[in-house]
Design a binder for this molecule. Structure first.
Ligand code: GUN
Ligand code: ZN
Length: 427
């Protein structure tokens, strides 16, 4: 066993923050050799229970759960910041040409290494990740993630229509490839497979039906797609699927809404859509930097909370503009302000943080596994230096309470705050 003495941020089951100014985090191996949290809390109290444990002292540092990015595209690493009129021209002019290069395993492997370096530098320890339609991109992603001992989720993109040569796949083959990849990677070490239709407009009925059948046959896989991001996209989806009540309802009709199903964006929803999310246990990945960058719209946080469905935060790189969870939390705060009808100050800093750690883990069906530092959780965590820049040092030093401290870091922070990212290494 091993222990770290520093300030310690955790969350209770309701997502309320627990903060020990002088804390102790004790980690030790489980039967598989993975490091898990054995104890966490006030230094004196935890040390008294574990008197013999070796302690690394990290004065002035904060230990916090590794961030969980609920929606990101690893093959879009190089097109971050590509300007476009909106989603559909952005896909056509930048995204599909960039993704077509991932038929090449060497290119896939090179970008996967860069992608994981970026995630870890920014303190992100788990992501639900789009690959491309090429199985080689999925193999490259999982090979690198496995070597780095990460808990990662990804899958081959399904897109058998309205897609150019180079990224379009073929219906039957796409489904057998998906099943082969599930068998090769799902639940290997800490890896998980996501059945990944790009979005309804680029899949035939047959492909969506096949995806739904696989989702029923492998109920602990994830389902990962996009919905109701952009008004032109919504109009197109409604023309293509006139029998569905709404764009979201298309997915429901093909058996693609259930626990562990995650849809990015969910902006242009009505309350029936929100109830469908809640009643099926489906989660939303809220991607505010992407939605602001592509001019897609504003996620309705109040609507989501009023109906009560699961959601968490996501970068959506390369539509999103930053790998940093601090940038995503800041943008979520702005968007919460925009849609606000009740008095108050948008979303509380601790709630933003929870939505990018424990709350995101819960939305992924991984509560108690990642996203928190409570006993039993896998020990993926970040060491934060709250004095990483002169302005951070000044402002965090003035914080009168936890919410002010967290908000200082959300507003002023970036990758420089993350001094170290610690992964639950198998021994
Ligand atoms: N909808 C379909 N594909 C994509 C994509 O790659 N990014 C975003 N933001 N939306 C999409
Ligand atoms: Zn996306």
């Amino acid at each position: 066993m091993q222990a770290y003495r520093a300030s310690l941020l955790r969350f209770d089951p309701e997502g309320r923050p627990i903060y020990d100014e002088d804390g102790l985090l004790v980690v030790g191996p489980d039967p598989q050799g993975r490091q898990r949290v054995v104890a966490a809390g006030d230094f004196r109290e935890v040390k008294a229970r574990h008197p013999k444990v070796a302690v690394s002292h990290l004065p002035g540092r904060i230990l916090a759960p590794g961030f969980v990015d609920m929606h990101i595209h690893f093959p879009q690493t190089d097109i971050i910041g590509a300007p476009a009129d909106g989603l559909l021209p952005w896909l056509e002019n930048y995204t599909f040409p960039a993704e077509s290069r991932f038929a090449d395993p060497a290119h896939s492997a090179e970008v996967a290494e860069v992608f994981f370096d970026e995630l870890l530098r920014n303190g992100v320890t788990t992501s639900l990740t789009f690959a491309t339609s090429h199985p080689a991109s999925v193999d490259a992603f999982f090979e690198v993630a496995e070597r780095r001992r990460l808990r990662m989720i990804s899958g081959k993109v399904l897109q058998d229509r309205h897609s150019p040569d180079g990224v379009r796949d073929e219906t039957e083959r796409s489904l057998t490839d998906t099943e082969d990849l599930i068998r090769r990677w799902h639940q290997v070490d800490r890896l998980g497979y996501a059945i990944t239709p790009r979005f309804a407009p680029t899949s035939t009925d047959a492909q969506l039906r096949g995806a739904g059948e696989l989702a029923a046959r492998y109920p602990d896989t994830w389902i990962h797609s996009h919905v109701a991001e952009n008004k032109d996209e919504v109009k197109w989806a409604r023309e293509l699927f006139p029998g569905a009540r709404s764009y979201l309802d298309v997915y429901n009709g093909f058996g693609l809404m259930r626990e562990r199903a995650v849809y990015a964006h969910c902006i242009h929803f009505d309350d029936d859509d929100r109830r469908l999310m809640r009643d099926t246990g489906t989660a939303s990945a809220v991607s505010p930097t992407s939605n602001l960058f592509l001019g897609s719209g504003f996620f309705d946080f109040e609507g989501a909370d009023r109906i009560g469905y699961r959601y968490g935060l996501a970068s959506d790189v390369g539509g999103g503009t930053s790998f940093s969870p601090f940038a995503t939390m800041m943008a979520a705060y702005y968007v919460g302000r925009e849609g606000q009808t009740k008095p108050g100050v948008s979303i509380a800093p601790s709630a933003l943080w929870w939505r990018h750690t424990g709350g995101a883990a819960e939305a992924l069906g991984l509560a108690g596994v990642i996203g928190n530092l409570q006993p039993g959780c896998e020990a993926d965590f970040v060491v934060i230096d709250p004095k990483a820049t002169p302005m951070l040092a000044r402002k965090t030093g003035l914080a009168a309470n936890l919410e002010e401290l967290l908000f200082s870091m959300i507003v002023l922070g970036d990758d420089r705050l993350i001094e170290r990212t610690v992964i639950s290494q198998a021994l």
